[in-house]
Design a protein around this ligand. Structure first.
Ligand code: BDR
Ligand code: CA
Length: 315
């Protein structure tokens, strides 16, 4: 599977990257970075260092958007640390290569043209790069084999948001971009939000062996300690919730999720900014605002055991 990875590393982005690079099913062609967990300068530097750490220093990294289409970025330093990697970025080896001159948006479009029909896009940060690529070339979706998004929350199992009570961080950070992306027809768009990712919680004891699994695994283990600590305090359980790795696992094991199909809208502005709503019951039928929208698959539940095993085997 030829992959393009749009990302804002980010501790769970790092775990997702490790999973991608560990699996023979994937051929990673390149990365575009985006602001999100921290600034785009930092997410780009982290992507380059992580690739060096994980033994793929030559993979191209293209810096993307530094701010949302509207409004200002909201970084998640309380979750990922000021450096985006739980205070461990400086412990990683220096990047062996620099970022490419071409922007993340141009590079994604270029890859979709070269590998038309065969490229699988995975986006695990704010959807700004993807929305900009769509604006620049509305035929992008027709050239993709599939599109997987980590983002959104639909209020199932009590998970309505993680940055506000109404919104998940990636969608909150660029609600307009998300709205434009969800309004578009994609060959196969799968949305893996908090309703699924929060169900996959790896007990921290299960991660202990990673400390002995080599220098790269040990650094990842170290980076995820403050991140896991944040979730332990918030959720009251000592477990790792690896949102972005869970979304990548959806490409390997879609059967490990329950899916629900329907159009998706995104609230912009006000108390519920960034809230996602899916009309799976078709209650909006007859309303042109709903009728105009394509239907997408949303993950509404996930097999904790199977997905934890998949994510952990990456190290
Ligand atoms: C998402 O937001 C970011 O903080 C994480 O990396 C993940 O992509 C979870 O809401
Ligand atoms: Ca992310």
């Amino acid at each position: 599977m030829k992959l393009w990875f749009d990302t804002d590393p980010g501790v769970d982005d790092a775990l997702a990257l490790a999973l991608i690079l560990a699996r023979p099913e994937f051929e990673l062609l390149g990365l575009s970075t985006v602001f999100g967990n921290v600034s785009v300068e930092t997410t780009t530097a982290n992507a380059l260092r992580l690739l060096t750490l994980l033994g793929h220093p030559d993979l191209p990294v293209h810096a993307g958007a530094e701010a949302p289409l509207q409004g200002r970025p909201r970084y998640a330093t309380e979750v990922h640390g000021n450096d985006g990697l739980g205070g461990c970025a400086a412990l990683l080896p220096p990047a062996a290569c620099a970022a490419q001159a071409e922007s993340g948006v141009e590079a994604l479009l270029q890859a979709s043209r070269i590998h038309a029909g065969a490229l699988h896009l995975v986006a695990v940060g704010p959807l700004t790069n993807v929305a900009l690529a769509l604006r620049a070339d509305p035929e992008l979706p027709q050239r993709l084999a599939s599109f997987t998004v980590m983002g959104a929350a639909f209020g199932l199992h009590g998970f309505s948001g993680n940055v506000t009570v109404c919104a998940e961080a990636n969608i909150y950070n660029d609600a307009l971009a998300a709205s434009e992306v969800f309004a578009c027809h994609w060959p196969a768009l799968r949305v893996i939000g908090l309703d699924a990712t929060q169900r996959v919680a790896m007990p921290l004891e299960a991660l202990e062996p990673l400390r002995q699994a080599g220098p790269a695994a040990r650094l990842l283990w170290q980076a995820l300690q403050p991140y896991a600590g944040y979730y332990a305090t918030r959720d009251g359980r000592a477990a790792l919730v690896a949102h972005d790795a869970t979304a990548v696992a959806a490409l390997l094991a879609p059967q490990a999720f329950h899916w629900r199909r329907g159009p998706i809208r995104v609230v912009q502005g006000g108390l519920a900014h960034g809230q996602t709503v899916q009309d799976w019951q078709r209650l909006g039928q007859g309303d042109p605002q709903w009728d105009a929208l394509p239907h997408h698959e949303v993950a509404i539940d996930a097999d904790d055991e199977l997905l934890s095993q998949l994510c952990l085997r990456a190290w």
